[in-house]
Design a protein around this ligand. Structure first.
Ligand code: RB5
Length: 148
């Protein structure tokens, strides 16, 4: 699995924590910043990373900002992206099992590094269940193919 990772200035610390986790798990990743010496705009990071996941260059993407909201809204504009905004471990497992989410967004002003790490680990290792969930995702894909 190859993961694309990015944050804005509001998510630098958790981004570093997730990079450490990916190293520990032996998962290949590229950190797309920000260098965050100044304040940046989250769409400038979310959209290119989402496009890399949508194109298949990366299998998954993880985005961090202050709330995770701006990153998730932006990523979900890209066709083929199912970016889950997650701040609890139940949802981390559920969104892999049910939504086959290919991107994860979290907010550093919402949760601490320990929980973010647990969420990311569950999300990275969680398996998609398919079955009835595939029908539902198929409806999203059908909409995308028709309208986007
Ligand atoms: C940046 O101040 C903040 O707005 C951003 O990190 C994020 O929370 C947006 O959704």
């Amino acid at each position: 699995m190859k993961v694309a990772l990015a944050s804005d200035h509001g998510g630098v610390n958790i981004r570093k924590e997730i990079a450490n986790l990916l190293d520990e798990l032996g998962i290949e990743y590229v950190d797309f910043g920000c260098d965050c010496s100044t304040s940046v705009d989250y769409p400038d990071y979310a959209l290119p990373v989402a496009e890399k996941v949508a194109s298949g260059e990366f299998d998954r993407g993880i985005l961090i900002c202050g709330t995770g909201i701006g990153m998730s809204i932006s990523a979900n504009k890209v066709k083929g992206i199912r970016c889950a905004l997650v701040h609890d471990t139940f949802s981390a497992k559920a969104t892999r099992a049910h939504n086959d989410s290919n991107m994860l967004a979290m907010g550093e002003r919402v949760i601490g590094p320990g929980l973010a790490r647990d969420i990311a680990q569950l999300w990275l290792t969680g398996e998609y269940e398919g079955g009835r969930h595939a029908t539902r995702i198929g409806k999203i894909t059908e909409y995308e193919n028709k309208h986007l």
